[in-house]
Ligand binder design. Structure first.
Ligand SMILES: [Zn+2]
Length: 313
């Protein structure tokens, strides 16, 4: 049997489109036989970090050394589809609690059920609360050669430095035009014009594009949120305050989606800015949206938070 260290790069199969540099780093690391125990994939939201983390987890679990990995055919690959006992995925909105990490810890001390390895993917690791982050640190401090952790985050600053120092960092940027075209060709053909518009509004974030494809209702809300942002950018003060009033009356989940879409729009314009002045302006807008989300999380008065936000946009 060939060892993992002898794996050829062309043996690996990725279902995530794009991020070729990151794939190459992961492949080389596997091939070298010096695979870091823990990775942290960082970068803007919805660019495909978790998608690539799940791809890599499947590669690590697959038992096939003679064919492409993941082969899709071995016991492990077949089991991944229905929930593999050696693959733990934490991918949720909101806080990650210490109970979740303890559960993960219990699963990791057991002998591997089926595969040679155990893999944990923790998406949005900035959501680990303090207690959970400390418990997770203990797991990282006692590594075994058969356990792998892949964290993803859009906010490295909120990761415990002691956790960060034990992870190999891999940065993810926006997808290039060619990746975007490949994804669109594969998934968008035949969609109506509203969906085509949503594709244009996913800003090169393939993770977001995937979500827009799968959930048409989400796509409609996304389009409406961005239309509202365009209106805000061009209207007068009294109209801005009317929009604030309307937004403040919405449900929490709808508000989250609006702020998320505005944040991505600002971040995208920031990345594309052509001058320092433009970059500063877009950076301030992104910061204002981010602060509004934080203030709402702290239960500050919704109307006041939105009044403040619409005046800064
Ligand atoms: Zn397999």
């Amino acid at each position: 049997m060939r060892k993992k260290s002898a794996l050829k790069t062309e043996d690996l199969v990725w279902s995530t489109i794009g991020h070729e540099f990151q794939k190459l780093v992961l492949e080389k690391s596997l091939k070298s036989g010096r695979l870091p125990h823990a990775w942290i994939f960082s970068g803007s939201r919805n660019v495909g970090k978790t998608s690539l983390a799940l791809d890599f987890a499947k590669i690590l679990l697959c038992n096939s050394f003679e064919r492409s990995r993941p082969c899709g055919d071995c016991n492990n690959c077949r089991s991944v589809k229905g929930g593999h006992p050696d693959m733990i995925v934490v991918d949720q909105e909101g806080e990650i609690t210490v109970d979740q990490i303890r559960r993960l810890q219990r699963q990791f001390v057991l002998k591997s059920f089926m595969a040679n390895a155990k893999v944990a993917v923790i998406s949005s690791a900035e959501n680990l609360n303090q207690e959970a982050a400390n418990a997770f640190l203990k797991l990282l401090e006692e590594p075994t050669s058969k356990t792998h952790f892949i964290l993803t985050t859009s906010n490295l600053d909120r990761i415990l430095p002691t956790v960060l120092s034990r992870c190999q960092k891999l940065f993810f940027g926006l997808s290039g035009a060619s990746d975007f075209a490949r994804f669109s060709t594969a998934h968008v053909e035949g969609r109506d014009s509203a969906m085509q518009g949503a594709v244009a509004m996913s800003y090169g974030r393939l993770g977001l594009l995937r979500r827009l494809m799968i959930h048409p209702e989400f796509a409609e809300q996304w389009i409406a949120s961005l239309a509202l942002l365009r209106q805000l950018l061009s209207c007068d003060l009294s109209e801005k305050l009317k929009i604030s009033q309307e937004l403040a009356g919405r449900e929490g989940e709808e508000i989250d989606l609006v702020l998320f879409s505005w944040l991505l729009a600002a971040e995208t314009r920031l990345l594309a800015s052509q001058s320092n002045a433009e970059a500063v302006r877009e950076g301030e807008r992104a910061k204002a949206v981010w602060e509004a989300a934080e203030h709402l999380r702290l239960n500050l008065n919704t109307r006041l938070v939105f009044d403040n936000l619409v005046l800064q946009i």
